[in-house]
Design a protein around this ligand. Structure first.
Ligand SMILES: NC(=O)C1=CN([C@@H]2O[C@H](COP(=O)(O)OP(=O)(O)OC[C@H]3O[C@@H](n4cnc5c(N)ncnc54)[C@H](O)[C@@H]3O)[C@@H](O)[C@H]2O)C=CC1
Ligand SMILES: O=C(CO)[C@H](O)[C@H](O)COP(=O)(O)O
Length: 300
């Protein structure tokens, strides 16, 4: 397939690279000329604008957006719109709010797929988990690229109608917050508790056969190995929060109790005030899976 990729940051480069490795042709564009050049060095055909990218793709365009959620998606779609028709397919692989995706699907002339993407830059080699909403024919058209960008055919599926992909990813992120909080609390108790323990050893032992083994726990093990059992100078400050907020807002609207996800979100907001071990670990884990910058303490 010939694929246009717009947005070539941490995630978009991986979308382009994995598509190229699977034998697809990629036309790439980013507002940053350096990012476009990086994709070109990996084998993509560089475009110098959205219009140029559309010219190079011709008819039946297949385009993947990997720009920051929010205004950047609308700005890109505004630039794309004069070049799109009903035979074209646009995928938004970012963390957009599901209601925004429904609106965009209604507004655009193209078939629009909302694609929740999980795995982060740490999954560049293994591939992502993709949760997709939108028209079935457009999903089927994109399957060869989804096969390449995901872990494989089992790493993606059509969740349902427009919005459902980003809805499932929103809930995924709420669960992610809660799991991070649970691991953080456990390690905080072990750190402040009765025994002098090596946290990397605990995490490694749990990761080998324990009920609570997981990729996030492997990232805990990595964090303790790289930062030390006490997390060294990792600050007690957790950034982000928008997707968890959306999850809690939706739960309130649906009258579904999600106290653990809410508590994890509240702890994250609280971290912007004072220091605790669980939050320092969450700060460091976001680097593990997302290559988000690790905030460091000044006093360590
Ligand atoms: N980093 C992560 O762990 C994950 C990120 N996501 C989502 O994927 C999307 C992209 O995230 P990242 O790659 O981490 O962000 P990033 O900040 O690394 O890259 C974004 C890229 O988009 C480009 N860009 C911004 N506006 C543009 C426009 N109008 N036209 C063309 N290019 C534009 C920027 O120059 C930058 O290169 C976001 O929605 C994010 O929430 C989803 C899953 C995991
Ligand atoms: O989607 C992701 C992981 O699944 C991204 O890493 C996202 O940035 C995480 O959310 P937050 O920034 O609120 O921690």
């Amino acid at each position: 397939m010939e694929l246009g990729v717009i947005g070539l940051g941490r995630m978009g480069q991986i979308v382009a690279n994995r598509s190229l490795e699977a034998g697809h042709d990629v036309v790439a564009f980013d507002l940053s000329a350096e990012a476009t050049a990086e994709a070109a060095a990996a084998g993509a055909e560089p475009a110098d604008s959205v219009a140029d990218l559309c010219d190079r793709l011709g008819s039946d365009k297949r385009i993947w957006l990997m720009v920051p959620a929010g205004d950047a998606v609308d700005a890109t779609l505004a630039d794309l719109e004069p070049h799109l028709d009903g035979e074209d397919v646009v995928v938004d692989g970012g963390n957009s709010h599901f209601e925004e995706s429904v609106r965009r699907a209604e507004e655009t002339d193209a078939a629009y797929l909302d694609c929740g993407t999980s795995g982060g830059p740490a999954s560049a080699e293994a591939g992502f988990s993709l949760m997709i909403g939108g028209p079935a024919w457009a999903y089927e058209e994109f399957v060869p690229v989804f096969d390449a960008v995901a872990t494989g055919p089992d790493g993606h599926d059509r969740m349902g109608e427009s919005g459902s992909g980003h809805y499932v990813k929103m809930v995924h992120n709420g669960v992610e917050y809660a799991l991070m909080q649970a691991y953080g609390e456990g390690f905080e108790l072990l750190t402040d508790g009765r025994y002098d323990l090596d946290m990397e050893s605990v995490a490694r032992t749990w990761n080998n056969g324990a009920v609570i083994r997981s990729w996030l726990l492997e990232l805990c093990e990595e964090a303790f190995r790289e930062e030390g059992s006490d997390l060294g100078d990792v600050a007690d400050h957790v950034a982000g929060g928008s997707t968890g907020t959306w999850t809690v807002q939706e739960a309130l609207e649906q009258e579904v109790p999600v106290p653990i996800i809410y508590q994890a979100l509240a702890e994250r907001f609280d971290s912007r005030n004072e220091g605790r071990f669980s939050r320092r670990l969450a700060n460091r884990l976001r680097y593990g899976f997302g290559r988000h910058e690790v905030a460091r303490r000044d006093d360590a």
